[in-house]
Unconditional design. Structure first.
Lengths: 63, 364
């Protein structure tokens, strides 16, 4: 299932936090960094492509 | 003489009313209030006058959306009527104060009343929901304020579903239209938040947002309401009743959305930060490894030096103990029995000598 942009942003945040946590492991860091860089690019593309859907309700509120 | 139609008094009064209703469908009249009174808490009577004329007015108290008192200038939408007693009056459908002084006075009276009821209690305010995906907007789609709202919304964020209820945002019917739109959103419960939007205008233009019924409808909304009405200096009773107040329509759009440019910039900074962090960690680890190698090398050669010294010392001792060294110093080695007549062997540095023992004496 495709993740929402907010979920992706949360994933990125968790990934960045890992680098500052006690779980940090240099042997895994390069791979993690690659993954996060790809995710960051994906989010930036998503952000550029997001469009709002603005609809005017047909209901007549004057009556 | 032509035969003319003869009316009964009641018929004549009915025909007059019919003609007036047709001629003046919801006529708008402006004037000053005089002799205001409320009977039985339900019926409102007052005169509407100017310098030359005066007309009696009647209305039900529920239609009184702003506090009114003598001396106030008001605008009414009314139907003219000839009463059963032959008195001409206006049956008021809607009324609103006009002119800065009247609007201000009416506003103060209503604010005092609603504050006392707790409608503006800060403890009742709800924050905007997190992760807003669906917004209900109440505004005039032709208004500049609405265009500003949509522009900022689209610039800042995307993926939102925005349902706009097009209503009037000024004039005597605007309040009821906005109330219907609030009811529409609340009945369906589809949106996360309702934004009431209207750009700047005169005090008269914005007076609708001090309508008592509208203020109550905003306070009663089950869905959180944000208002973005007028300019920064304008404050309406709807603002006081709303959960969140934005200073302008653009500001409302800002408060409802995150800024995609800011997020993109933060993401770039995050990636750069962990890249730098990774480099620092690698540099730190390299330094640790170098230090360990140096320690290892120093330890290895240190140990070798100690062993070398020990061997060297032992070698010197061994050399001193070598019999050849003793012979070099002029001494001789004698082998054989120490007895008179015994044959012995004498070894010097250069010779090996055989000899007989002829005498033995003890040393003194």
């Amino acid at each position: 299932m495709t993740k929402t942009i907010n979920e992706k942003i949360n994933d990125l945040k968790t990934g960045v936090d890992w680098f500052y946590s006690d779980d940090f492991d240099l042997s895994k860091a390069a791979e993690k960094f690659e993954t996060l860089t790809s995710l960051a690019k994906e989010i930036q593309q998503d952000l550029d492509n997001l469009k709002n859907d603005i609809k005017v309700i047909e209901e007549d509120f004057s009556k | 003489m032509e035969e003319q139609q003869v009316y009964s008094v009641s018929d004549f009064q009915a025909v007059c009313n019919q003609i007036m209703e047709t001629a003046f469908t919801g006529v708008i009249v402006e004037g000053e209030v005089a002799s205001f009174k409320l009977n039985q808490g339900k019926y409102v009577f007052f005169d509407l006058k100017d310098e030359q004329s005066s007309v009696g007015c009647f209305m039900m108290s529920f239609a009184l959306r702003f506090p009114i008192e003598d001396g106030m200038r008001v605008r009414v939408r009314a139907v003219p009527k000839l009463t059963n007693w032959g008195k001409f009056s206006l049956t008021i459908q809607a009324i609103a104060p006009v002119g800065e002084g009247s609007i201000k006075k009416s506003l103060e009276m209503l604010k005092k009343k609603l504050t006392a009821e707790g409608l503006f209690d800060p403890a009742k305010k709800r924050p905007l929901p997190d992760n807003i995906t669906k917004i209900g907007v109440i505004s005039s789609t032709q208004a500049a304020g609405y265009a500003d709202f949509c522009k900022i919304l689209n610039e800042r964020w995307g993926g939102l579903e925005v349902l706009t209820a097009h209503t009037q945002v000024q004039g005597m019917t605007a309040a009821d239209q906005i109330i219907r739109a609030l009811k529409y959103f609340n009945e369906r419960g589809e949106v996360d938040v309702i934004a009431v939007i209207r750009g700047g205008g005169s005090a008269d233009d914005l007076a609708v947002f001090n309508d008592e019924a509208l203020v109550r409808a905003i306070a009663a909304s089950r869905i959180p309401v944000i208002t973005g009405i007028g300019h920064e200096v304008d404050e309406s009773l709807c603002d006081l009743a709303a959960d969140v107040v934005a200073s302008t329509p653009s500001n409302a759009a800002q408060m409802l959305t995150r800024d995609r440019r800011e997020i993109k910039s933060n993401i770039t900074a995050d990636v750069e930060r962990i890249n730098n962090l990774l480099n620092v960690k690698i540099i730190e680890l390299t330094a640790v490894i170098r230090s360990e190698i140096t320690r290892l090398v120093d330890g290895y050669f240190g140990k070798i030096a100690v062993i070398y010294n020990e061997v060297s010392n032992n070698w010197k001792i061994l050399e001193q103990l070598n019999p050849e060294k003793v012979l070099e110093r002029g001494y001789a080695i004698i082998r054989g029995d120490v007895a008179v007549g015994a044959q012995i062997e004498i070894m010097t540095k250069k010779q090996e000598i055989e000899a007989n023992v002829t005498n033995i004496k003890e040393r003194k």
